[in-house]
Design a binder for this molecule. Structure first.
Ligand SMILES: C[S@@+](CC[C@H](N)C(=O)[O-])C[C@H]1O[C@@H](n2cnc3c(N)ncnc32)[C@H](O)[C@@H]1O
Length: 178
Protein backbone atom coordinates (compact mmCIF):
# COMPACT_ATOMS: atom_id res chain seq x y z
CA UNK A 1 0.00 0.00 0.00
CA UNK A 2 1.12 3.57 -0.42
CA UNK A 3 0.16 6.74 1.38
CA UNK A 4 1.25 10.08 0.03
CA UNK A 5 2.83 12.74 2.19
CA UNK A 6 0.92 15.27 0.10
CA UNK A 7 -2.57 15.65 -1.25
CA UNK A 8 -2.82 15.67 -5.03
CA UNK A 9 -3.63 19.41 -4.98
CA UNK A 10 -0.13 20.32 -3.74
CA UNK A 11 2.38 21.17 -6.43
CA UNK A 12 6.02 20.18 -6.05
CA UNK A 13 6.96 23.76 -6.85
CA UNK A 14 5.34 25.00 -3.63
CA UNK A 15 7.27 22.62 -1.37
CA UNK A 16 10.04 24.26 0.59
CA UNK A 17 10.73 21.90 3.51
CA UNK A 18 10.19 18.30 4.50
CA UNK A 19 11.41 17.13 7.89
CA UNK A 20 12.23 13.42 7.98
CA UNK A 21 12.96 11.30 11.02
CA UNK A 22 14.53 8.91 8.60
CA UNK A 23 17.73 8.86 6.74
CA UNK A 24 17.79 5.96 4.37
CA UNK A 25 14.93 6.61 1.94
CA UNK A 26 16.02 9.97 0.61
CA UNK A 27 15.88 8.78 -2.99
CA UNK A 28 12.08 8.37 -2.65
CA UNK A 29 11.62 11.73 -0.94
CA UNK A 30 13.84 13.53 -3.44
CA UNK A 31 11.39 13.00 -6.27
CA UNK A 32 8.62 14.27 -4.01
CA UNK A 33 10.21 17.63 -3.26
CA UNK A 34 11.80 18.33 -6.64
CA UNK A 35 15.03 20.31 -7.12
CA UNK A 36 13.81 23.43 -5.28
CA UNK A 37 12.58 21.74 -2.12
CA UNK A 38 14.71 20.93 0.88
CA UNK A 39 14.74 17.78 3.01
CA UNK A 40 15.94 17.92 6.60
CA UNK A 41 16.97 14.54 7.97
CA UNK A 42 17.04 14.33 11.77
CA UNK A 43 18.57 11.62 13.90
CA UNK A 44 20.22 11.37 17.29
CA UNK A 45 23.04 8.94 16.50
CA UNK A 46 26.33 9.60 14.73
CA UNK A 47 26.28 6.20 13.08
CA UNK A 48 22.98 6.78 11.32
CA UNK A 49 23.98 10.29 10.32
CA UNK A 50 27.23 8.98 8.91
CA UNK A 51 25.39 6.41 6.76
CA UNK A 52 23.09 9.15 5.52
CA UNK A 53 25.99 11.48 4.80
CA UNK A 54 27.70 8.77 2.73
CA UNK A 55 24.51 8.31 0.72
CA UNK A 56 24.09 12.03 0.16
CA UNK A 57 27.70 12.44 -1.01
CA UNK A 58 27.62 9.32 -3.19
CA UNK A 59 24.51 10.56 -5.01
CA UNK A 60 25.57 14.20 -5.17
CA UNK A 61 22.36 15.40 -3.51
CA UNK A 62 22.52 19.10 -2.76
CA UNK A 63 19.25 19.84 -1.03
CA UNK A 64 19.44 17.55 2.00
CA UNK A 65 20.47 18.88 5.40
CA UNK A 66 21.40 16.37 8.08
CA UNK A 67 20.84 17.43 11.66
CA UNK A 68 22.03 15.65 14.77
CA UNK A 69 19.35 16.17 17.38
CA UNK A 70 17.13 14.45 19.84
CA UNK A 71 13.70 14.72 18.22
CA UNK A 72 12.46 16.24 21.48
CA UNK A 73 14.93 19.13 21.15
CA UNK A 74 14.64 19.63 17.40
CA UNK A 75 13.48 23.09 16.37
CA UNK A 76 11.28 22.68 13.33
CA UNK A 77 11.53 25.45 10.76
CA UNK A 78 8.37 27.45 10.17
CA UNK A 79 6.04 26.52 7.31
CA UNK A 80 7.11 22.92 6.88
CA UNK A 81 5.39 21.08 4.00
CA UNK A 82 5.53 17.56 5.36
CA UNK A 83 6.94 15.47 8.20
CA UNK A 84 7.65 11.78 8.03
CA UNK A 85 8.90 9.43 10.72
CA UNK A 86 9.71 5.81 9.99
CA UNK A 87 10.41 3.43 12.88
CA UNK A 88 11.76 6.28 15.01
CA UNK A 89 9.19 8.38 16.88
CA UNK A 90 8.20 5.56 19.26
CA UNK A 91 11.82 5.44 20.45
CA UNK A 92 11.53 9.01 21.73
CA UNK A 93 9.94 9.16 25.21
CA UNK A 94 8.76 12.72 24.50
CA UNK A 95 6.98 11.76 21.28
CA UNK A 96 3.86 13.76 22.20
CA UNK A 97 5.85 17.00 22.50
CA UNK A 98 7.62 16.26 19.19
CA UNK A 99 4.33 15.73 17.39
CA UNK A 100 2.87 18.93 18.84
CA UNK A 101 5.98 20.91 17.82
CA UNK A 102 5.81 19.45 14.33
CA UNK A 103 2.10 20.18 14.06
CA UNK A 104 2.71 23.85 14.94
CA UNK A 105 5.38 24.13 12.24
CA UNK A 106 3.34 22.59 9.40
CA UNK A 107 1.45 24.69 6.90
CA UNK A 108 -2.32 24.19 6.96
CA UNK A 109 -3.39 21.17 4.92
CA UNK A 110 0.00 19.50 5.23
CA UNK A 111 0.65 16.10 6.73
CA UNK A 112 2.62 14.20 9.29
CA UNK A 113 3.02 10.52 8.36
CA UNK A 114 4.21 7.88 10.81
CA UNK A 115 5.24 4.36 9.85
CA UNK A 116 6.08 2.37 12.95
CA UNK A 117 5.69 -0.83 14.91
CA UNK A 118 3.12 -1.42 17.62
CA UNK A 119 1.89 -4.23 19.78
CA UNK A 120 -0.96 -6.06 18.03
CA UNK A 121 -4.33 -6.33 19.82
CA UNK A 122 -4.78 -9.97 18.82
CA UNK A 123 -3.29 -13.40 19.56
CA UNK A 124 0.12 -12.18 18.37
CA UNK A 125 0.44 -10.19 21.62
CA UNK A 126 1.24 -13.55 23.23
CA UNK A 127 4.68 -13.23 21.61
CA UNK A 128 5.33 -9.74 23.04
CA UNK A 129 8.05 -10.84 25.52
CA UNK A 130 9.89 -12.69 22.72
CA UNK A 131 9.57 -9.72 20.38
CA UNK A 132 11.01 -7.37 23.03
CA UNK A 133 13.87 -9.75 23.75
CA UNK A 134 14.79 -10.08 20.06
CA UNK A 135 14.59 -6.35 19.37
CA UNK A 136 16.42 -5.16 22.49
CA UNK A 137 19.62 -4.48 20.46
CA UNK A 138 17.56 -1.91 18.50
CA UNK A 139 16.58 -0.03 21.65
CA UNK A 140 13.22 -1.73 22.19
CA UNK A 141 12.16 -1.93 25.86
CA UNK A 142 8.93 -2.81 27.71
CA UNK A 143 7.88 0.81 28.15
CA UNK A 144 7.67 1.28 24.37
CA UNK A 145 4.42 -0.69 24.45
CA UNK A 146 2.76 2.16 26.34
CA UNK A 147 3.83 4.77 23.77
CA UNK A 148 1.10 5.44 21.22
CA UNK A 149 2.25 8.22 18.86
CA UNK A 150 -0.83 7.72 16.67
CA UNK A 151 -2.97 9.00 19.57
CA UNK A 152 -0.97 12.23 19.54
CA UNK A 153 -1.56 12.58 15.79
CA UNK A 154 -5.25 12.07 16.41
CA UNK A 155 -5.16 14.66 19.22
CA UNK A 156 -3.37 17.47 17.37
CA UNK A 157 -4.44 17.06 13.75
CA UNK A 158 -7.80 17.69 12.14
CA UNK A 159 -7.93 14.73 9.79
CA UNK A 160 -6.51 11.49 11.10
CA UNK A 161 -6.33 8.06 9.52
CA UNK A 162 -4.57 4.90 10.61
CA UNK A 163 -4.02 1.66 8.74
CA UNK A 164 -2.73 -1.44 10.46
CA UNK A 165 -0.23 -3.60 8.60
CA UNK A 166 0.97 -7.18 9.06
CA UNK A 167 -1.86 -8.21 11.42
CA UNK A 168 -1.45 -5.11 13.58
CA UNK A 169 2.30 -5.39 14.16
CA UNK A 170 2.93 -2.19 12.20
CA UNK A 171 0.87 0.80 11.13
CA UNK A 172 0.81 3.88 8.96
CA UNK A 173 -0.87 6.89 10.57
CA UNK A 174 -1.52 10.20 8.86
CA UNK A 175 -2.46 13.51 10.45
CA UNK A 176 -3.45 16.44 8.26
CA UNK A 177 -3.33 19.93 9.73
CA UNK A 178 -6.59 21.86 9.60
C1 LIG B 1 15.01 1.64 13.65
S1 LIG B 1 15.98 3.07 13.26
C2 LIG B 1 15.07 3.74 11.90
C3 LIG B 1 15.94 4.64 11.10
C4 LIG B 1 15.23 5.39 9.97
N1 LIG B 1 14.17 6.20 10.50
C5 LIG B 1 14.75 4.48 8.91
O1 LIG B 1 13.53 4.26 8.80
O2 LIG B 1 15.58 3.95 8.16
C6 LIG B 1 15.58 4.16 14.60
C7 LIG B 1 16.32 5.46 14.54
O3 LIG B 1 15.74 6.36 15.47
C8 LIG B 1 16.79 7.14 16.01
N2 LIG B 1 16.32 7.71 17.28
C9 LIG B 1 16.03 7.05 18.42
N3 LIG B 1 15.64 7.91 19.37
C10 LIG B 1 15.67 9.14 18.81
C11 LIG B 1 15.39 10.45 19.29
N4 LIG B 1 14.98 10.64 20.56
N5 LIG B 1 15.56 11.49 18.46
C12 LIG B 1 15.98 11.30 17.17
N6 LIG B 1 16.26 10.08 16.65
C13 LIG B 1 16.11 9.02 17.46
C14 LIG B 1 17.93 6.16 16.17
O4 LIG B 1 19.17 6.81 16.24
C15 LIG B 1 17.80 5.32 14.90
O5 LIG B 1 18.59 5.80 13.85
Amino acid sequence: MSISLFTSTISIKTISYIVAFLLLYFSLLKSTVGPEGKIIGVDITDRMLQQAEERVVRNGWANIDLVKSDAAEFRFPQDVDGIISTFAITLCPEFDKVILNGCKSLKPGRRWVILDLKMPDNWLSFFTPLFIFLSRPFGVTEDLITRHPWESLNKYFKNFTMTELYKGVAYIAVGEKG
